[in-house]
Design a protein around this ligand. Structure first.
Ligand code: ADP
Length: 386
């Protein structure tokens, strides 16, 4: 895979003389989900601002698709369109009197014609589930809604890379999960995602790759399980190991588990434990013993059909804002609103059937995840597109 963004030996000195970046080099591969993790002051926000061209490195360079960033107004406009940034505090980003004007600011600034701006704003607001909020003043919205407006403002410029500084800070758990799920959906749509976070649980579950930073430098990068399984690294980066890994490690020390295959999520942990308790052959189950998973595409099908199917299954989940909005409109009670695929697999294992309502972009991802899981664990869960 090629690097879409690169930081090459970046140094950055704030005007008060503080060295925020000290020779940091990092490539971000196209299409990946990358989490920057590290203590306060590690330089994560500064690196993100450098990626987006908001600050110019004191030395070293940032490259987008191999080409060094230039800092004249035209080049900067161009890079900020392709590399969209969502700031940690939405109040730093939202300034227009209405939501619509705020989201339209970017595309208008790019000189797009009025109809195109309207189309992009409609698309972006509907994507983040805020259609109907056009005339509301952003400062009257909740924290989660403000964050969504900020994301819509970036989406309206159709960026290739999205950079989000602490996207879940100050959000309640459900809003935080919904934001992360939205980022997953954008990633499935092909965007490269870079997120900074203190939340190790989130980084562990979500990221393809974790970059540990400390003192303006890169401490280590690797898969989430590799990075968080190293106690020394975890200590140096002043973070903590995700709970799932801690449980796994303790069970491995007690020789309940063999310690060679850290689980990424609850589904994997429960399967590893079941295999340890019963033997891995006992895990394999035929279609007849497993619950089925029905997938419904809300983009192309009549929502009334989903309503009818929902009455024939044991549980229902909705993935993505569009599916959640339609479920609410049709008064379909939802058992799951995040982590849906794994939750439906967990149900299927104990013989329960489920329905996943989702948008077109996610259908393939759902099928792939369930089939890969089946192939790995010898559990052929029946999954159908309704
Ligand atoms: P992180 O996002 O990892 O918390 P930052 O990039 O915000 O780290 O900060 C890196 C260092 O730069 C910190 O020591 C911080 O105090 C300093 N810093 C950040 N912003 C400014 C600024 N505008 N002026 C001076 N120093 C700053």
């Amino acid at each position: 895979m090629t690097n879409i963004l690169e930081a090459c030996d970046l140094h950055y000195l704030y005007s008060d003389g503080l060295k925020a970046l000290r020779g940091l080099s990092l490539g971000i591969e196209e299409g990946r989900k990358v989490a920057l993790v590290g203590p306060n002051g590690a330089g994560k926000s500064t690196l993100m601002l450098a990626f987006n061209g908001v600050i110019k490195p004191t030395s070293g360079e940032v490259r987008f698709k191999g080409v060094p960033l230039k800092y004249d107004p035209r080049s900067l406009r161009d890079v900020r369109r392709k590399v969209g940034m969502v700031f940690q505090n939405p109040d730093d980003q939202l300034f227009a009197p209405t939501v619509c004007q705020d989201v339209a600011f970017g595309p208008l600034n790019l000189g797009y014609p009025k109809e195109k701006v309207e189309r992009y704003v409609d698309y972006a607001l509907s994507y983040v589930g805020l259609s109907g909020y056009e005339d509301r003043p952003p400062h009257h919205l909740s924290g989660g809604e403000k964050r969504r407006v900020a994301i819509a403002g970036v989406l309206a410029m159709e960026p290739e890379v999205m950079i989000l500084d602490e996207p879940t800070s100050n959000l309640d758990p459900a809003s935080a999960e919904e934001i992360m799920e939205m980022l997953d959906e954008l990633s499935c749509g092909g965007k490269t995602m870079v997120v900074s976070t203190h939340d190790v649980e989130l980084a562990y579950r979500w990221a393809d790759e974790v970059v540990l930073m400390e003192g303006g430098k890169l401490l280590h990068r690797g898969s989430a399980s590799e990075v968080f399984s190293d106690p020394e690294l975890v200590l140096r980066a002043r973070v903590k190991a995700p709970l799932l890994l801690e449980i796994y490690r303790e069970l491995s020390i007690r020789r309940v588990l063999n310690g060679s295959n850290p689980p990424k999520n609850i589904l994997e942990l429960t399967d590893i434990m079941e295999a340890a308790a019963k033997g891995s052959e006992a895990l394999s189950k035929s279609k007849a013993d497993l619950g089925c998973i029905k997938v419904f595409n809300v983009d192309t099908d009549d929502p009334s059909k989903a309503e009818a199917i929902s009455k024939t299954v044991d549980c229902v989940g909705a993935m993505g804002t569009n599916a959640k909005t339609i479920a609410a409109r049709k008064k379909i009670p939802l058992d799951f609103t995040y982590g849906i695929i794994d939750k439906c697999i967990l149900k299927a294992i104990v013989g329960k059937s489920s329905l996943i309502m989702t948008s077109g972009g996610m259908v393939e991802h759902i099928f792939k995840r369930i089939r890969n899981y089946g192939a790995e664990w010898g559990r052929e869960i029946q999954v159908t597109l309704e």
